[in-house]
Design a protein around this ligand. Structure first.
Ligand code: ADP
Length: 259
């Protein structure tokens, strides 16, 4: 059918112009998913047409973060349709393809195939695709970034030394794959007291900034350890969508990433 062929060509052309920005970390639990969700929401607030892929296949958390856990992805033909969210960010996550709570025990090649379908979905008219990578620096990460060639990568780290050593592995991974590094974000940087609102620095301050400087990487900003971020995230209301100081931190980081 001539009409169908035209649509396919148009979609292929669109895919080529889309900028994929990968968010990675050396290890889990440093706030990579939280940052990915909030950067996507912040970019949408700035008027950027942005989509979000949760490639954290073994522990998908974006459906909960974006309040879309009860929405399943549908497919037309062999293309997945991204799931709309109330924050103006269409998304796709493994969590929207499998039954909630079911463990995923897949082999490497199957994982690669599934991730490819999330990225090569029918994203339509978007400019930027935020890719929340699986934590760590193994084969899944390497094949993912080699295959989908992000336009740039952001590394998330906590101020602790161990996390920073892990972060340098993530940096090496992107350099190996010739993916330009946009910069480093320090998460859980300082602690905001929920009672008095005052900040303190249980892990010291400036570790990630110094590491960024020594690795010749731009420093994109810091997000404090703040219970308001955890509770809002758990409730499916990304702090970047609100108007608190947390939103300001994420908006500033998103602006530097989009530059
Ligand atoms: P990762 O994707 O690196 O495994 P997550 O984004 O899932 O990490 O974050 C791990 C946990 O830490 C989550 O419960 C999340 O809500 C919480 N968290 C992340 N960043 C912050 C922060 N800046 N302040 C408070 N809690 C945070």
């Amino acid at each position: 059918v001539p009409g169908v062929a035209t649509v396919r060509v148009a979609m292929t052309a669109e895919k080529k112009t889309r900028r994929i920005i990968a968010i990675g970390s050396g290890k889990g639990g440093v706030g990579k998913s939280t940052l990915s969700a909030n950067v996507a929401v912040a970019l949408a607030r700035r008027g950027v047409k942005v989509g979000l892929v949760d490639a954290d296949i073994y522990g998908p958390s974006q459906p909960q973060l974006m309040n879309a856990a009860d929405r399943k992805a549908t497919a037309l033909d062999k293309w997945l349709n991204p799931v709309p969210t109330e924050y103006g960010v269409p998304m796709l996550s493994m969590g929207q393809l499998v039954e909630p709570g079911r463990a995923i025990a897949w082999r490497g090649p199957m994982v690669g195939g599934a991730l490819g379908q999330l990225v090569d979905a029918d994203w339509g008219d978007i400019d930027v695709l935020i890719l929340d990578l699986p934590p760590g620096t193994g084969d899944v990460q390497l094949s993912m970034i080699s295959k989908h060639k992000p336009a740039g990568a952001v590394i998330v780290s906590t101020p602790q030394d161990l996390a920073l050593i892990d972060a340098t592995r993530a940096i090496d991974l992107f350099r190996q794959a010739s993916v330009p590094l946009i910069g480093l974000v320090e998460n859980m940087s300082g602690y905001i007291c929920p009672h008095c609102g005052e900040g303190s620095d249980p892990f010291g301050r400036g570790g990630a900034e110094a590491a960024a400087a020594s690795l010749a990487l731009p420093f994109l900003g810091r997000v404090p350890l703040d219970i308001a971020i955890r509770t809002a995230s758990d409730a499916g209301t990304p702090p970047a969508a609100g108007d608190g100081p947390e939103a300001a931190a994420f908006l500033a980081i998103a602006d530097r990433i989009a530059d």
